[in-house]
Ligand binder design. Structure first.
Ligand code: PMP
Length: 388
């Protein structure tokens, strides 16, 4: 039976991305690999609109977050950790285990982190040297207004480290222009490549902090080692990388840039808004109330009577894989990932299946109002992002 992967990563791959993985493995000290690495660097820089280096760390998004935390925090550093969900808490936990003094600032799950929240956190902890933020909180389906947050902060501010694991490639993300200092992301979500790579980006300020700082208490995650490899005329990596995944990432980035990132961001937002309108027309409640802060890549919906797991199982029986609520949200919500090229047919597929799955679970819903959803879909075809 065909199965549809609507989980918030990993994601289904384009045929071209899968096929390049069948090519012979290149040695990572070969010229061929250096050319590939340079091309991937340049494509990521294009997407981020920045000429700064983008270290590729073997591993996953958590690995990239750990690379930032272990290089920029530690004993003696004070870290403000603003969290609105499970992944904000993970970043906090990583910093804590690195030995930093962590000052938590919690936002109720489902609500976005707003500039005033971050300003307040910085006001309470003026002595902090690092600020941890999450761009897109995948556990609740909220996309935080990172650009506005950064703009609101004063010039004298902590180093801003951002978890962009589920935002890169899905929403506009211009760290240099916005004043972010470092990003952690991954290959297997918005970039539509297979799992296997953590991706970092570092501002000149972050690199200066690194160069003046202590020796990192890590060999594998030592960002200085990754940076010095990237500075060479023939760029290199310090340790054996997942060459095949890097090749796939190259093909995936080529696809994104050929399509045009602006077009892609618009399509993701349009999909999310149409899907949300459809769910609401059935009488369901979206977990994130404020429309403008809903994620273009993942939608979290509440299911009456905490029956989300029953509905998810019924959806899986139909052939649609989705993700459950995490932590305290288990049973209350489930999540649909739409990081790739989902479009109108998938909206109909998800809504029709959801209606049937709820009926199977004994929850009766109104039928989705397709005419109204189609109107939303047509209306949302407007370029997205102030910074574009
Ligand atoms: N942060 C966010 C926002 C995420 O969505 C995820 C993965 N769902 C992670 C961190 C962890 O990424 P990984 O599973 O690739 O380690």
């Amino acid at each position: 039976m065909t199965r549809y992967l609507f989980t918030p990563g990993p994601v289904p791959l384009d045929g071209r991305v899968s096929s390049v993985m069948a090519e012979p493995v290149a040695g990572h000290r070969s010229r061929e690999f250096a050319v590939l690495l340079l091309r991937v660097q340049n494509r990521l820089r294009d997407l981020l609109r920045s000429a700064e280096p983008v270290p590729l760390i073997p591993g996953s998004g958590t690995g990239a977050m750990e690379a930032l935390a272990v290089n920029f925090t530690g004993p003696g550093s004070k870290v403000i950790s603003v969290s609105c969900g499970v992944f904000g808490e993970r970043f906090r936990e990583i910093a804590r285990r690195c030995g930093a003094e962590v000052a938590p600032f919690d936002i109720e799950p489902g609500r976005p982190c707003l500039p005033e929240d971050v300003l307040e956190a910085c006001r309470i902890h003026p002595d902090a040297d690092v600020l941890l933020l999450t761009h897109n909180e995948t556990s609740t389906g909220v996309c935080n207004p990172l650009e506005e947050i950064c703009r609101a902060l004063p010039k004298e501010r902590p180093l801003i480290l951002v978890d962009a694991v589920s935002s890169l490639g899905v929403v506009p993300l211009y760290p240099e222009k916005w004043g972010v200092d470092a990003l952690a992301s991954c290959s297997q979500k918005g970039l539509m490549a297979p799992p296997g790579l953590g991706i970092c980006w570092l501002s000149p300020r972050a690199r200066e902090v690194l160069s003046k700082g202590r020796e990192a208490p890590t060999v594998f995650f030592d960002l200085k080692a990754f940076l010095s490899g990237l500075e060479r005329e023939e760029p290199s990596v310090p340790y054996t990388p997942p060459v095949t995944v890097i090749r796939a990432l190259d093909a995936a980035l080529d696809g994104i840039l050929q399509e045009g990132s602006r077009k892609r961001f618009t399509a993701r937002r349009r999909f999310a808004r149409s899907l949300a309108a459809g769910m609401e027309s059935m009488g369901l409640k979206l977990f994130v109330e404020q429309k403008e802060h809903r994620s273009p890549g993942v939608t979290a919906v509440e299911i009456p009577e905490n029956r989300a797991e029953d509905v998810r199982k019924a959806l899986s029986d139909i052939g649609l894989e989705t993700a459950g609520g995490q932590g305290k949200l288990k049973g209350r919500i489930f999540r649909v990932g739409h990081f790739t090229r989902e479009d109108w047919p998938e909206i109909c597929l998800i809504l029709g299946s959801l209606w049937a799955a709820c009926r199977e679970a004994g929850i009766s819903l109104r039928e989705p109002d397709l005419k109204n959803i189609r109107e939303v879909y047509e209306r949302e075809d407007v370029p997205c992002g102030k910074s574009l």
